[in-house]
Write a protein that binds this ligand. Sequence first.
Ligand code: URA
Length: 239
Amino acid sequence: MDRIDKLLCATGRWSRREIKDLVRQGRVLADGRAVRRPEEKVDPSAVSLVVDGERVDCSPCVYVMLHKPAGLLSATEDRSQPTVVELLPEDLRRRGLFPVGRLDKDTTGLLLLTDDGDLAHRLLSPRKHVDKVYLARVEGRVDRSDVEALRAGLVLGDGTVCLPAGLEPVGDGSSCLVTLREGKYHQVKRMLAARGKPVAALHRLRMGPLTLDEGLKPGEWRFLTDRERAELAGLGDTI
Ligand code: URA
């Protein structure tokens, strides 16, 4: 059991003092009833906390799905270039959310941001076999020989050995779906370039159980749903 003021404070959205005022003004509901004292204790895994009509996620960690636009770095800060965390509101940035893995500056699509280091580790470990699915537009057209070469596991020009990967031509083959279980530097671009089909545009659609929400426009984000979090939890220890 945890104090309500502690749980709300941990979201980074309000100070203890602000929470005291919110409670006094009857703006905080726990399981549908107005909270009387900020120090009241609740079960954080079961309670539904609502502030000003908005459900507040009081789990200790935060999980955000972002539709990364082109032109931003997958980093928390950079001296000269804008980063994806700049798309998040100040209260979330203060929590220290970071992107789980990197997409190149010009790559768009699904990016997960969290402050859960354990989950990030589990998602990125090649041993966990978490598939990442990319939609690539290429110069030229991918064909059966490319599909087979990726399935067998490519060795790149510099000797980098890639795990077997999935390749599925889309339409006339000028686009394709690439499925990876690892995340080497510029991996999709380097693999397809090695096949003589340089990538013209790259977009991530899936990462393990998470699929990019079609309702999110580039630059938009939302919290993961309870279901998505439960599915991520299925990858290993509970989150
Ligand atoms: N592979 C790449 O080449 N770039 C990305 O951003 C992601 C995977």
